[in-house]
Design a binder for this molecule. Sequence first.
Ligand SMILES: Nc1nc2c(ncn2[C@@H]2O[C@H](COP(=O)(O)OP(=O)(O)O)[C@@H](O)[C@H]2O)c(=O)[nH]1
Ligand SMILES: [Mg+2]
Length: 279
Amino acid sequence: MTRCGTVALAGRPNVGKSTLLNALVGEHLAIVAPKPQSTRMPVIGLLTRDDAQFIFTDSPGLLEPEYKLHEAMRAAALRAIADAEVIAYLHPLAEYPAPPLAQVARLDKPPRAPVVTVYTKADLASPRPDVLSVSAVTGAGLDALLAALREHMPESPFHYDPDELATQPMRFFAAEFIREAAFEQLHEELPYSVACEIDEFREGAEPVYIRAVIYVERDSQKGIVIGEGGRAIKALGAAARVKIETLLGQRVFLDLHVKVLPKWRRHEPSLKRLGYVTP
Ligand SMILES: Nc1nc2c(ncn2[C@@H]2O[C@H](COP(=O)(O)OP(=O)(O)O)[C@@H](O)[C@H]2O)c(=O)[nH]1
Ligand SMILES: [Mg+2]
């Protein structure tokens, strides 16, 4: 009998959830940034190894909401925990020991699913023999982690083709990679004001034609994103295009536009339109 189930990667912002998802799946699916709170929506990654199929969900970090977008992010993180068959609770090894997940997530009651505590960024701390630790950078500990998770996975037929890595549509990843480029190229708080919407995704074309809108919250931000003579938006678009082409395996023409959606992070209808589900 095979095993198959969902594994939620949970933990505070910046503990390495997205990087670990990518390392496990072997493909850059989830966006990663040195700044916290880059992940806003769950990203699903699949790994089928021997008799086990792992359905990993990367989700936003568990945080105290400061505005409406954060409420949507926290709700998504809590849903991922509630829906999981196994919870991989991530915490940096350098900050050993991890506080209880229920405390970090402010859960009323302990989660239904078994919790496997995983210490991350092991390459940055001295080793500890008594805990499960991984480094997404060196790959150390990943096989042991999979073995530990497998023990908790229900017996079940596979839900997906063993060759599949992702379940979400390419337009989702396109929007995410544009945001990732924004996190790389824009400074300070500006990436947090960036949202992205794909207006058109023409697969039949060669190169694939993608029309995307970057939303910011104020006119002054729009000026910065575009930059002098359009230089900033050009560089951002070029970086995002390469990321999209890598996952898609096809050449892309990225037609990028910048618009202002005033205070969208605090505005329920704007959040809804951008696909963020508030509780
Ligand atoms: N040295 C090292 N850095 C890591 C590791 N995993 C993640 N990071 C870095 O930690 C930061 C946050 O990672 P990310 O995956 O975005 O964290 P998330 O917010 O929990 O999803 C990024 O700068 C990553 O490059 C690791 O295993 N080793
Ligand atoms: Mg993340």
